[in-house]
Design a protein around this ligand. Structure first.
Ligand SMILES: C[S@@+](CC[C@H](N)C(=O)[O-])C[C@H]1O[C@@H](n2cnc3c(N)ncnc32)[C@H](O)[C@@H]1O
Length: 247
């Protein structure tokens, strides 16, 4: 597992992603889809530090967040009031009551590195949505990401949060591991007086997917795709899929 979501790193993540991601726009995007399919209840998987949770809560929606990092959930709870978060793993969870929409946000699918992880996740989603329910999730498009990472040895992202300037330097090992997995090393710096000071290094293995393989994973787990959206999100090209149970 990436250390990015634990302890001190969770706080750094939270600060930097406030710049990387436009959470108002992110909320609008998911909420529009949820409304389009007339869903009343939503489970967000990979709810992280609660940026979407806050917005769902402000709009009085029936929302539950799920994440497997205690540090991320702790920050999410501080950000929201009486919002419900479940400490759990998307590969194996059981809600007390089925929901009519499940969203997996912020490319959290990148951490499903084995085929078993993906199958278990879709199986859990299938078990936890109502018969007419929908799932919505995004993933990094392997076809665009791999050449990009190959051609850009050092990828730099800058962020500013509450008066502090941050810098992240990413290097990707593009000698592909099994399943289009890549090793990602990220160094996080604070910039002070034009000098960069290293505050943390994170190493993780993540997976990017092709649209075709995702279509097949869904089919094999009893889903049919109802919408595919090509979406440029922060830094990397992604696809967003909306799917429902196959009838
Ligand atoms: C890139 S962050 C995205 C967080 C949030 N959606 C956002 O956009 O800021 C990925 C999140 O997925 C969570 N995560 C990764 N694998 C998970 C799993 N198997 N089950 C539940 N949560 C997981 C991590 O703890 C982390 O909070």
């Amino acid at each position: 597992m990436a250390t990015l979501y634990d302890g001190k790193m969770a706080t750094i993540y939270d600060a930097m992603y406030q710049t990387f991601v436009d959470y108002d726009e992110e909320y609008k995007f998911y909420n529009q889809l949820i409304h389009e399919y007339k869903c009343k209840t939503v489970l967000e998987i990979g709810s992280g530090t609660g940026n979407l949770a806050k917005r769902f809560q402000e709009n009085h929606q029936d929302y539950i967040g799920l994440d497997y990092s205690t540090s991320m959930i702790a920050i999410a709870k501080e950000r929201t009031k009486n919002c419900r978060f479940i400490l759990g793993d998307m590969r194996d969870f059981n809600l007390e009551k089925k929901v009519d929409s499940i969203i997996i946000t912020g490319r959290s699918t990148s951490y499903l590195t084995s085929n078993e992880d993906v199958n278990e996740t879709f199986n859990s989603l299938h078990n936890n949505i109502t018969d007419d329910g929908i799932i919505i999730f995004d993933f990094i498009d392997a076809n665009r990401f791999i050449p990009y990472a190959n051609e850009n040895q050092l990828i730099i992202h800058k962020a500013e949060h509450e008066g502090t300037d941050y810098l992240r330097e990413s290097t990707w090992e593009t000698t592909l591991l099994e399943n289009f997995m890549l090793d990602w090393t990220a160094k996080y710096y604070i910039i002070q007086n034009q000098e960069k000071e290293l505050i943390a290094t994170d190493f993780s293995t993540v997976r990017v997917f092709t649209l075709n393989e995702m279509q097949l994973f869904l089919y094999m787990n009893g889903f049919q795709i109802i919408k595919t959206i090509d979406r440029k999100t922060y830094a990397y090209d992604t696809y967003v899929i909306v799917a429902k149970k196959r009838t």
